[in-house]
Structures are given as C-alpha cells and as structure tokens.
Design a protein around this ligand. Structure first.
Ligand code: ZN
Length: 330
C-alpha cells in the first residue's frame, strides 16, 4: 500500500475510531476502572489477597478478541491499539508505555505487524513482563498475491513483506493455533487459572472448528474464485479455501488517470476477477467508479483490524465475510 493510500485509509479509520470511541464509552469490557468499581467490596478484597487479577495487555483487535476469549474474567485484558486505529500505521502513546509497564503479560500477533512495540516495550522497562507470541509455529506466507499496481512506488517500507504476511487470524485454522498459543502462554504465566483458560480455549476452538467447516462446505463449490483487494489481508484465507487473491490494486488518493484505469481493467481481465473487495467503513469514490467501469460489484471484506471488542465479533464478522465470498464467487 502506498503512503498516500495509507494516509487516506488512516484518515477515514481515525474518524471511525472517534465514532467508535464515542459510541462505546461505558460499555467497553476492557475498561479496568469500570470493572474494579463494580467489583469493589472492601471485605471481599481484604479476604482474598490472591484475587488481584493478572493484567494482560494485547496489541490490536484480533489478538484482543482471541485473548479475551481465553482469559474470560480470570484476567484483566486490555488493548493497546484502539479499535478503529490503523494498526499498520500505529504510533505508540505514553499511555501504551504505562500499560506495558504495569502489565504481567503482553500478547502480540507478531510477523512484523506490531513494529510500534519495539521501543514501547523497551521504554516500559518491565523486566517481569512475559511476552506471548500468538503466531508461534505458524509458517508465514510471502508474496502470495501477485500485485498489480496503478501507482509506481519503490518497495519501500512495506514491512508486511519483510517477515511474511501477518494476517494469519483471518484463517480460522490458524486462529485456532493462535488461541492455543495464547492459552499455553497464559497458563505458563498464571498457572492458578489453568482450568479456566483451558475450558475457555476449548469452547472457542470448538467454535472456530465449526466456522472452518462452514467455510469448507460453502466455498468448495466455488474453487479458484479470484478476487482483487486493496489491502493484502487475505492470502491465508484464500489458500485455506482454494480462493485466489491474485492482485492487490493500489490506487492513488486523488485521481485515477486513464492509464491507471487501463491497468486495473487489464488486471481484472488477465485474472478473470470475480469481485472487488473494499473494507467496512471505507467510502472511496474512486473504488466505486472503478467497479462501475469494470461492471464488478464492489463489496466489503472485514479484516477484523477494527470492530467490536466482544470475542463473538470474530465469528459474526467472519460469517459475513463468508456470505460476501459466496455471493461474489457465484
Ligand atoms: Zn492489515
């Protein structure tokens, strides 16, 4: 993705973030103040010293969802990148440093996604911090999507490709592996809650397995369905279910030249593209007019980098993605 395009997306997403924040005040499950104010009862607190909850800090939405699912109410789970902020562009804040400084555990996706963490963790100077790498053992995909671009850019700071594509959570089977890594990490760091973590993880894994069979069943009738996205987020999902994310078309911020349009038209023909996918909350006039020119429907796929903080949101969003893929790949 080019820097101009990135700016544009983060602009849109930041305004969304603001909106999300405004809407979610008062119902955010990760708000620790609220939790303690509800639970605080002086006698109970004195009675059980060990009731001080383990503090777990997660990096961004998918990792928060999976961690919260495993932790339940046994640990206090926070998120560093507020849902709605663009994780690929994220700059750490002093509050992030504070959160890590006082945390017991940090859970991250890895695969180069959370570059902002490097200095943040250093600055937090928390020698007791346990780090859980959710993508441990997952073999990253690289350069699976041939990229046709309408913008000439040097391959500059596209960090996603230096270590591998980081969007593993969008494949339910790999999400399951992430849940197991998170479960094992939480148990190792906080063994007193082993039973809870084990049971919660098992329940969530069962749901992930069900989701996987739904994807398998519904998409096996549409092998090699080819789609274009504007965010290189779906190579794992595509590989798992025999779809093809063949091209990530980067478009300029302001205007498409006739040459740009020709490039996209050629790409769509070359790969027999069935669908163009944008993302929820991205309202881009260029994409709209482009899809009209191409006579392709512009639909949205959710990369889950932003959205609701209820662990069930993963399944809601993924089932919507499945519906979208099914209808697009007809
Ligand atoms: Zn992404």
């Amino acid at each position: 993705m080019t820097s101009t395009n990135k700016r544009q997306r983060s602009g849109i997403l930041s305004s969304l973030a603001l909106l999300t924040l405004l809407v979610s005040v008062g119902c955010n499950p990760s708000n620790p103040n609220q939790q303690t104010s509800v639970e605080k009862s002086p006698q109970v607190q004195e009675a059980s010293q060990s009731s001080v909850k383990t503090k777990v800090v997660t990096t961004f939405l998918p990792i928060y969802l999976l961690t919260k699912a495993v932790a339940g109410d046994a640990a206090e789970v926070e998120i560093l990148v507020p849902p709605g902020m663009e994780v690929h562009e994220y700059q750490a804040t002093p509050d992030n440093v504070k959160a890590i400084a006082t945390a017991n555990i940090l859970v991250k996706n890895g695969l180069g996604l959370e570059e902002f963490l490097e200095n943040t963790v250093k600055n937090a100077q928390n020698s007791q911090l346990v780090e859980i790498y959710a993508s441990k053992g997952i073999k990253p995909l690289n350069e699976i999507s041939p990229v046709e671009t309408t913008v000439k850019t040097e391959k500059d700071h596209d960090h996603e490709h230096t270590i591998g594509n980081p969007h593993v959570w969008l494949d339910p089977v790999l999400a399951k592996q992430q849940v197991m890594n998170i479960r094992d990490g939480l148990i190792a760091a906080d063994p007193k809650n082993q039973a809870t973590y084990t049971a919660n993880a098992a329940a969530y894994i069962q749901e992930l397995e069900k989701l996987n069979s739904e994807f398998q069943q519904d998409l096996q009738k549409k092998p090699n369905c080819t789609f274009v996205t504007f965010h290189d987020a779906y190579p794992y999902l595509a590989q798992r279910y025999n779809l093809k994310q063949v091209a990530v078309v980067q478009i300029p911020e302001d205007q498409l030249s006739p040459t740009d349009i020709q490039t996209v038209v050629n790409t769509v023909k070359k790969y027999k593209v069935k669908a163009l996918f944008s993302e929820p909350g991205v309202d881009n006039k260029l994409l709209k007019s482009l899809s009209q020119d191409l006579n392709l429907k512009l639909q949205t796929l959710d990369s889950l980098e932003t959205g609701d903080t209820d662990p069930q949101y993963y399944f809601q969003a993924m089932r919507l993605n499945l519906q979208t893929l099914e209808s697009a790949c007809k």
